[in-house]
Design a binder for this molecule. Structure first.
Ligand code: SDX
Length: 378
């Protein structure tokens, strides 16, 4: 019995999952049943990654082993660094990340995806090494050597250290770690679904993550955070925000960082990210971009609230990263190094299904046409 045609499976449950849940009407996001607000207030990204991957908050011993395992696996083979040194320095960091992650799998050929022990170590390596790859590319592309990770630093602290070779202020690490928690997982989004399709063929986890990275790069998905900051910089001052918004909407062009397929209220992550930006600014001075963003939101609400279009996760995140001096084209790789735990959680969960994803189509072409030799064609 053919199903009703639903482009891109919009709104069609394509999998059963216990990893996260979104209530788009109430603006609620839960990871394994725990509200993200609670996780930002009480957890760390690494503990949240464990929760997503293995389904429960780790015991003291589990957390200690997980933290030690991830810390010890932060380094990448020197050949991955050499590979990145051969890439065009003007290339997009998401392309460099995807190339490096795909190559990563070549070093760990144990690809029997039914091997639980091997799967644990694949998850450890990918969670541990994506930040090292992102930070390495940020430096290599401008001719600087990559900075090796430091085992004595926490997860987010170490990433910011690898970016600048200086240990960041504590508030930067706290805010950044909460940003990673907020970007870690979000049910059946495009990049997660991409990875699930790849995983359904029993491809290895490095290939699954490389395919998800490709999907996340698009400006309608993870690439929006980069576009938002470029949009705010183009507007320049709060006084220009209203005129920009009105003109953009009149031109039928979308406001980047607004709207969501599921949320019909302000994305709860945008609410938290907005408060995180204020926390950061209290510690190290404000950002002119924030004042512009607030005015954009105010102007946009007059036109878009009625359509259920509000700021999403990408609207305030870039302002935080920009304040930390991170290049705007690195914002989506930051999203990827957080989301890798969500992608891998779905990979692990799906392994029990072992069912190839293969939707159908409605054929709209012709039938029974004959081949026409080249010399008889017009
Ligand atoms: C992420 O799925 C996830 O969970 C994703 C994510 C995650 O954590 O993985 O949450 C992360 O990708 C967040 C979204 C980031 N993208 C952007 O900020 C890009 C701008 N947003 C839009 O492109 C859009 O809102 C989408 C793609 C996010 C969702 O759009 P839909 O559900 O496909 O809706 P649509 O494009 O069909 O638009 C429906 C209507 C249209 O108006 P009409 O033609 O009906 O008059 O809403 C309008 C659109 O023009 N609209 C917008 C708008 N988004 C939708 N109008 C102005 N600005 C916008 N941003």
């Amino acid at each position: 019995m053919p199903h009703d045609f639903m482009p891109g499976l919009a709104g069609v449950p394509a999998a059963k999952s216990a990893i996260s849940d979104v209530d788009g009407a109430r603006g609620v996001l839960e990871y394994r049943g725990i509200r993200v607000e609670e996780l930002c207030a009480s957890s760390s990204y690494l503990e949240t990654a464990y929760l997503l991957l293995f389904g429960h908050l780790p015991s003291r011993g589990e957390l200690s082993k997980w933290t030690e395992d991830v810390t010890r696996h932060r380094r990448v083979k020197f050949t991955i660094i050499d590979l990145m040194k051969c890439l065009p320095e003007h290339g997009h960091p998401m392309d460099a990340l995807q190339a490096a992650v795909a190559a990563l799998g070549m070093f760990y050929p144990g690809r029997n995806v039914k091997d639980v022990e091997n799967n644990y170590w694949s998850a450890v390596r990918l969670v541990a090494k994506l930040p090292t790859i992102v930070a390495a590319w940020a430096r290599l592309r401008r001719g600087d050597e990559a900075i090796p990770p430091r085992d004595d630093l926490e997860f987010s602290e170490n990433f910011l250290y690898m970016m600048t070779e200086s240990v960041p202020p504590a508030v930067w690490s706290e805010v950044f770690d909460d940003c990673l928690i907020l970007h870690a997982e979000h049910t059946m989004n495009a990049s997660t679904f991409t990875g699930m399709i790849t995983a359904s063929t029993l491809a290895d986890p490095y290939t699954v993550v490389a395919s998800s990275i490709g999907s996340l790069k698009g400006p309608l998905h993870g690439g929006a955070n980069e576009e938002v900051v470029q949009m705010l910089k183009e507007i320049g001052t709060p006084g220009h925000a209203r005129e920009f918004v009105v003109q953009r909407l009149a031109d039928k062009r979308k406001l980047m960082g607004f709207g969501h397929r599921v949320y019909k209220v302000k994305d709860p992550r945008a609410v938290i990210l907005q408060s995180l930006s204020v926390k950061l600014f209290k510690a190290c001075g404000s950002s002119p971009l924030y004042d512009v963003a607030v005015e954009v939101e105010r102007a946009a609400s007059e036109h878009l609230d009625a359509k259920g279009i509000y700021p999403n996760v990408d609207f305030y995140s870039g302002i935080i990263y920009d304040k930390m001096g991170i290049d705007v084209d690195l914002f989506t790789p930051l999203f990827a190094m957080a989301r890798v735990s969500g992608w891998l959680a779905h990979w692990l969960e799906q392994l029990h299904e072992n069912k190839l994803f293969r939707p159908d189509q409605i054929y709209s072409g012709e039938h029974n046409r004959s081949y026409v030799p080249l010399n008889e064609r017009s």
